[in-house]
Design a protein around this ligand. Structure first.
Ligand SMILES: [Fe+2]
Length: 237
């Protein structure tokens, strides 16, 4: 812990890597995105999630919105060579090492990159209707039933005011929680690993659903890849 290092002066001389190593936060996610960040490709065509998410929305969402987060994060990090060895997940888990002047830019844009990268992986044509194994057991023991979980998650997604995300997360101390975050804030900022994330920014659904966010949330359940969610849950450190 930092307190064992000896003095504030010693801490000040440490690099960001060393401070993180001495401090708390190994990211909870095993998969990490190294710098410079790269826009991922989808594992399916833009129209593969029709009719639940339309092709035009998917194309704009990836190639305009997600790309902007990647470009802006890389641009901000070009000015911060001391942070270049930190993955996106490590940055989000340790935002206190980022200079104050750049912190919000990285919170928004690195968060946007990590959140969207996960979102694309959590979607699949046709979906898979139910969780299984350890994740199914944890959902049942935490929420009482799968239907109760779905209802609570959907409520978190529909009541997030403005732009943000709904999450099923695995906190560092164990268990499962449902929460929502504003803007592109990541659960990693709060020491929780995402297991399921749903983008409820209007850019995710407005072309097809206009103001009907509830219909988009219902469609999400039909294209959610529970196998990926199960692997994320199993891989949480
Ligand atoms: Fe988005």
């Amino acid at each position: 812990m930092l307190g064992s290092i000896g003095s504030a002066a010693a801490v000040a001389k440490m690099s960001a890597d060393q401070r993180i190593a001495a401090n708390r936060s190994e990211p909870l996610m095993v998969a990490e995105h190294a710098q410079p960040f790269v826009l991922p490709t989808l594992g399916y065509p833009f129209d593969a999630l029709e009719p639940h998410i339309d092709a035009r929305t998917m194309e704009i969402h990836l190639t305009k919105h997600h790309k902007a987060y990647v470009d802006n994060a890389n641009k901000a990090l070009e000015q911060l060579p001391g942070l270049k060895n930190l993955s996106a997940e490590r940055l989000l888990s340790n935002l206190e090492v980022v200079p104050q002047s750049a912190r919000m830019a990285l919170q928004n844009n690195v968060g946007g990159h990590v959140n969207h990268s996960l979102f694309w992986e959590l979607l699949m044509p046709g979906g898979s209707s139910r969780p299984s194994g350890a994740l199914a057991d944890a959902i049942n023991s935490t929420f009482g039933s799968f239907d109760a979980f779905k209802s609570t998650f959907s409520n978190a997604a529909s009541t997030r005011f403005g732009s943000g995300w709904a999450w099923l997360v695995a906190p560092r101390q164990g268990g499962l929680r449902i929460l929502s975050t504003a803007n592109q804030d990541s659960p990693l900022m709060d020491n929780a690993a995402p297991v399921i994330g749903l983008d409820v920014w209007e850019h995710a659904y407005y072309l097809k659903y206009q103001n009907k966010r509830a219909d988009y949330i219902q469609a999400f359940w039909k294209i959610l890849n529970w196998d990926v969610a199960g692997r994320l849950f199993a891989s949480v450190r």
